[in-house]
Design a protein around this ligand. Structure first.
Ligand code: IMP
Length: 429
């Protein structure tokens, strides 16, 4: 029986929450391995809506849920999310929840810096979620982060705070901001420490035990491959590696444990924030996709940009992330279109590309080459077998599969857990 790694194969918001929840109900442990509370996962279970940003999606079904070392953790955001879920009847304890003790913290100074930089960048801004993700990762690789394990040693934090604040105070001065209020920060850390430390442990050890016991582990990626700091539309990306390989380094289990790589792919394309988006639609079709697909960010409430399916970027994501099979989501949003388009290549300065070039200016300038297919007028919402799908919807799915050179493992046909067509069970692979 395989473990499963779930990643987004576009710009995030592919509908990972539902798929992860569906898989989590059959897993023994769910691990988040990168990103932070910039992610937004919506789960709908028996009509009840749960919104998660930081907690692994397994938490709702009571599965052991782990925040790995690759995540950046805002302890106050965590506390508020835990409280909200508890108010919805979800039970969270150290039996079903653990946090890596070597996980770096997102502090108020990170949020400040994120906001200051974005405001100063004007029209050149990244369009971040404003959660301090980038600055927190910078401090991690700059070797000056405060980590979860430091919360047990707050009395000896001074040398680390010296290094951290020296860096931030210089940056803040450049924005005409006062230095970090160290005593207020220490006080806030003292207050939040007992809450976080309840769950802190060397999770690599716990995972090793889980693995030895033959349990099924689900690695839950956040964002999408096109937002990966190496492989994405740089600089309009997030600050972590969102590809499947990070499941190993961001959890403390080796690459031989990550198993079946399930790429989540929306049947059309969306993006929040700035940056290139070759198939973006500024017309009625784009508006229709946004309205039917309820394309608003879970975290920021921002309207998502919408466009036709781009087979070029998904083929690229699947290759880069070693995707074994995809879960195709939100096919029902395409119901009712007379024709639907798929981007099969790009044109740039008279040359045809079968990949997205690395340079930002080229990414912004490529023109999509479309293939047009007949749409379908019947609904696909709630379909649970191929027989429930109109012939043209099946043709569309087959064409997607062919163009991205990766097989379809699942088709999701509504936000409800059971509205899924299962072609190949990732856990049984
Ligand atoms: P950051 O991760 O907040 O630094 O934002 C960097 C870029 O990633 C921005 O374009 C965000 O809109 C995008 N982003 C971050 N998290 C998500 C997500 O969960 N879904 C979609 N886009 C995201």
């Amino acid at each position: 029986m395989a473990n499963v790694t779930v990643i987004g194969a576009q710009w995030g918001d592919e509908g990972k929450g539902k798929i992860v929840d569906w898989l989590a109900s059959r897993a023994d442990a769910v691990v988040r391995f990168q990103g932070g509370h910039n992610a937004g996962h919506t789960l709908v279970i028996d009509g009840k809506v749960f919104k998660l940003s930081l907690l692994p999606s397994g938490i709702v079904s009571g599965t052991l849920s782990i925040i790995g070392n690759g995540v950046v953790l805002d302890p106050w955001a965590l506390q508020s999310e835990v409280e909200k879920l508890e108010a919805q009847g979800v039970s969270i304890s150290d039996d079903n929840f653990a946090i890596a003790d070597n996980c770096p913290l997102i502090l108020p100074m990170h949020r400040d810096l994120d906001g200051l930089r974005e405001a100063a960048a004007g029209s050149g801004k990244i369009g971040t979620t404003g959660r301090g993700i980038g600055p927190a990762y910078e401090d991690k690789v700059g070797r000056r982060a405060i980590r979860v394990c430091d919360l047990a040693h707050l009395d000896s934090l001074d040398p680390q705070l010296d290094r951290l604040c020296a860096h931030h105070d210089a940056l803040r001065a450049g924005f005409d901001q006062p230095p970090v209020d160290r005593s207020a920060l220490l006080e806030e850390l003292r207050e939040i420490a007992p809450f976080v430390m309840r769950f802190a442990q060397p999770v690599w050890k716990r995972l090793k035990k889980v693995k030895r016991a033959g349990a099924k582990i689900l690695f839950e990626g956040a964002q999408g491959v096109l937002l990966d700091v190496d492989h994405g539309t740089y600089p309009f990306v997030t600050s972590s590696n969102t590809v499947s390989g990070t499941a190993a380094s961001g959890s403390g289990l080796g690459p031989n444990s990550t198993g079946f790589v399930l790429g989540i792919v929306k049947a059309y394309t969306t993006r929040v924030g700035s940056g290139p988006f070759p198939t973006e639609l500024d017309d009625m079709d784009g508006q229709t996709l946004g309205e039917r697909g309820h394309e608003f960010g879970v975290v920021t409430g921002r309207k998502r940009r919408c466009g036709w399916f781009d087979a070029v970027i998904v083929r690229q994501s699947c290759a880069i992330s070693g995707v074994t099979g995809i879960a195709l989501t939100k096919v029902d949003v395409l119901d009712g279109f007379e024709t639907v388009k798929i981007c099969t290549g790009y044109r740039l300065r008279g040359k045809v590309y079968d990949y997205l070039p690395a340079h930002a200016a080229d990414q912004a300038a490529v023109e999509p080459i479309y293939e047009e297919m007949e749409g379908w007028q019947q609904t696909t919402a709630g379909a649970r077998s191929w027989a429930d799908l109109p012939a043209n919807a099946i043709k569309y799915i087959q064409r997607v599969q062919e163009l991205i050179e990766t097989p379809v493992a699942l088709v999701s046909t509504s936000p409800e857990r059971d509205d899924t067509i299962l072609v190949r069970d990732p856990f049984m692979d």
